[in-house]
Design a protein around this ligand. Sequence first.
Ligand SMILES: [Zn+2]
Length: 99
Amino acid sequence: MSSSAKRKARQRREKVAMLRRAQRKRCGSCGRRLAPVGARCSAANRPTLDHVVSRAAGGANALGNLLVMHHRCNHAKADRSPNGCELLMLAAANARLGL
Ligand SMILES: [Zn+2]
């Protein structure tokens, strides 16, 4: 892996860690618990980063537009607009992050 790819991977891990804390370790879509870091879990439960306003709709790749979600929740959401639960979780996470 190149040093640039390593740096991007580290930045991504740091974003996920910050958001997990800000979301109280709960999925940004369904609100259920996220698997602990490093824990073995099914592919469907694997934590992933979601762009609340999708990149396709012009959403930023910044903390203020990101939530950690289960892979299955992220896949189900796809490019649709965020629902009320997702917007509430984003507002709470952003407030805890001071954004
Ligand atoms: Zn979920």
